[in-house]
Ligand binder design. Sequence first.
Ligand code: SF4
Length: 477
Amino acid sequence: MRKIECISVFDMLKVGVGPSSSHTLGPWRASQRWIAELKQKGTFNDVEHIHIDLYGSLSLTGIGHATDIATVLGLCGHDPVTMDISIIDLEIQKIRETKKLQFNGEKEIDFSIVDDVKFNKKFLEFHPNGMTFRAKLKNGKKTSSSFYSIGGGFVVKKERKNASDKMKSFLEFPFPIEKATELLAYCKAENKPISEIVLENEKSLRTEEEINAGLKQIWDVMLESMFIGCHTEGTLPGGLNVKRRSFEMHQRLIGEEKYDSPEDWIIAIRRTEVKFRQILKWVSCFAISVNEVNASLGRVVTAPTNGSAGTVPSVMMYYMVIENHEATFEDMKRFMLVAGEIGSLFKKGATISAAMGGCQAEIGVSSAMAAGGLTELLGGTPEQVLMAAEIAMEHHLGLTCDPIAGLVQVPCIERNAMGAIKAINAAEIALESDATKAKVPLDKVIETMWDTAKDMNSKYKETSEGGLAVKVNLSDC
Ligand code: SF4
C-alpha cells in the first residue's frame, strides 16, 4: 500500500517568534526536543555543561536570523508560542552578563553565549540547517544529539535520512493527499470544495471545536501582528537601519478614522474609501507590517515560514476589508484550510526551506497558498483554486534567497508585499480562466520548483553569499 504523509493545517500555520522559522523557530524547538531526550534518558539532572554547534546556513545567516538567541531561549525552557516576547532582550542580556543559564528553568549552569554557541561554516550532509547539542555530564561522560531544521519550524533527526518511512507521519486521513490531482479527484468524487475535504482530514486529528479554536488563535495572531506592525514606529534592529514603513503608510491610508482594537480596526478600514491604487498600498502595508514585526523578533504565524509570514494574512485582510465587508471567521477558516493544504503539497513535493530551495520555497509557496485560499472564497472551483496556486508559484520560480547581512529584512519584507499582490492577481486570472484546460498543472510546477531548487547554487539558498547580500554593504546603509 502506498504510504502518504499526512500534514495538518496546524503544521503549516504555526504561531512562532521572528525572524525565521527555519533559523529561529526550528532551533528553538530543537532545544526543547533535546531537553526532552535528556529527560527521557535520565541524564538531564547530570548535565554540567552544554555547547551547541550550528552548521551550514544556520551558521552563515544565524546571527542575523537570531539562531543563537532562539536556541538559548529554548534551552531556558521558554516556549515560542507562550513566551512574553517583551522580556527576550532582558533575558539574553542577563545570560550574557552572568554567564549563567537556567537550564529548562530548573537548574543553573555556566553558559557563555559567545563561547558555547559555535557558528561552523561547514555543511552537514543531511540538510543545510544542521545543529548539534553537546553536554558534559557529572561523571565526565559526554553526550550529543543532532537535529535538522528543515523549514517552516519543522525539525527532524539525522538518523531518519535513509528511513523515509519514519520521517513521515502515516496517520490515516480519510482523504490521503500527496498530489494536487488526488485532492481534485476527492473534490469531484465528493462534490465538495477543497476546504471541506481538508476539514474532513483535520477532523480525524481533533474535534471541530478544537479546529475552530486553533484556527481562531492563528487568525488572532495574524491580525495582531498586522495591527502591531501598523502602529509601531522606529528602526528595525540588526544594524541595517531599516526604517519601519508600515506605520506612516498606515497613517496616510487610515486618515482620521478612530478605533480601539484590532477588530474595530477592520471596521474602520472598511469605512475608508478604498480606490484602486490604495488597494495595492493597503495590501502592501498589511504584508510589510507583519514582516516588520517578524524582523523585530515579534510574534507571527509561519505561513509557511516566518520570512514569508506576511503574504497569507495580508491577502486574508484584503478579502475582509476590500472584497467582502460581511466576511466572517467561517470565511477565514476556509481560507486557512485551503492555504494550509496548498502549502503541504509543496512541502511533500518540493520544499518550504529557503536553505534547500531559495526564496521560491518561502515567498513563492506563501503566494501560492494565499492565491488558493482567496480563489475559493471568491467562488472559484477546485480547479481554479489549484490553477491560482500554480500561477502564483509559476511566477516565483527561481527566486533566490539573498538576505542582506543575514537579516530577514531586505529583500524579505517587501517581498511579502510582492507575494501578496501576485497572489491576488493569480486568483483573478484563474477566476477568468477555464481551469479544466490549464496548460501547467499545479503538480508540474511543484516538480519544477524542486528541480530548480536542486539546480540552484548554494550562494542563493539562505547563505548570504550571493545576490543582494554581497552587493550591498552594511556600511553603505
Ligand atoms: S530572501 Fe526570502 S527566503 Fe530568504 S530570508 Fe528573505 S524571505 Fe526568507
